[in-house]
Design a protein around this ligand. Structure first.
Ligand SMILES: Cc1cc2nc3c(=O)[nH]c(=O)nc-3n(C[C@H](O)[C@H](O)[C@H](O)COP(=O)(O)O)c2cc1C
Length: 207
């Protein structure tokens, strides 16, 4: 489903919303629609180093409250989507490039070279972790913009106990929690926030 919304308005309107209408529910179809857009985010080698762990049942949401240090948006929003980074995304390489080969988009030499390059890179645990965080974060941003474009509000959250989260929800060791994104309908608007000027955050050509 596509609809026409102004991209720049979406950017301007996105706020980290903390207070949600707890009576608002999103059904599975709404959530899948959002994830379909999110899934189009770019990723290194197109390995899609993310997994979306969707928490929309009330008893599961309740378990999140103490893990997120009492931040109520995890229980009041419609759904929390935990963006997990995939530490073993090199395992996706055969699938992704096998498909590209089958569709005639690449040769078998190119496929083998890419898969070898990826497995080489992933033999370094720090690279695997950096890639997981980098790419999963892009998906997180895409999720927030997609949600806003569809009329929902969001809040990205890094303020949660990662170890407790992994234990509570039995997250397999292949995945690392990167951020939670709560999605729902605002009960109160997000707080205004400011940004540094472009001059403050930009260096042209040379430090
Ligand atoms: C990685 C990350 C972690 C964040 N963690 C939290 C959090 O735990 N709780 C919260 O209320 N907001 C959290 N925020 C929201 C920021 O406070 C917010 O993005 C920032 O103040 C700018 O406001 P805006 O998003 O409304 O423009 C987080 C944002 C990011 C990007």
């Amino acid at each position: 489903m596509t609809s026409s919304v102004d991209f720049f308005q979406v950017i301007e309107e996105r706020r980290s919303v903390k207070a949600y209408d707890a009576s608002h529910k999103m059904n599975k179809e709404d959530i899948v629609d959002l994830l379909e857009v999110t899934q189009k985010a770019p990723s290194s080698w197109n390995l899609q180093q993310w997994k979306f762990f969707v928490i929309d049942e009330q008893d599961q949401k309740d378990k999140l409250l103490s893990i997120a240090y009492g931040q109520k948006q995890v229980v009041e929003s419609s759904v929390t989507i935990a963006i997990l980074g995939d530490l073993e995304a090199n395992k996706n390489a055969e699938i992704i490039y096998g498909e590209a080969l089958a569709q005639g988009r690449i040769s078998s030499e190119i496929k083998d070279r890419l898969v070898g390059q990826i497995n080489g890179a992933y033999s370094n645990a720090q690279v695997a972790r950096d890639e997981a965080f980098l790419n999963a974060s892009l998906a997180g941003m895409q999720l927030m913009l997609a949600a806003r474009a569809k009329g929902y509000d969001t809040c990205p959250m890094g303020g949660f106990n990662k170890q407790a989260f992994v234990e509570q929800f039995e997250i397999p060791s292949r995945y690392v929690p990167v951020m939670l994104v709560v999605v729902g309908k605002a009960a109160k608007p997000g707080y205004p926030s400011s940004r540094f000027s472009i001059d403050d955050v930009t260096v042209w050509n040379q430090f």
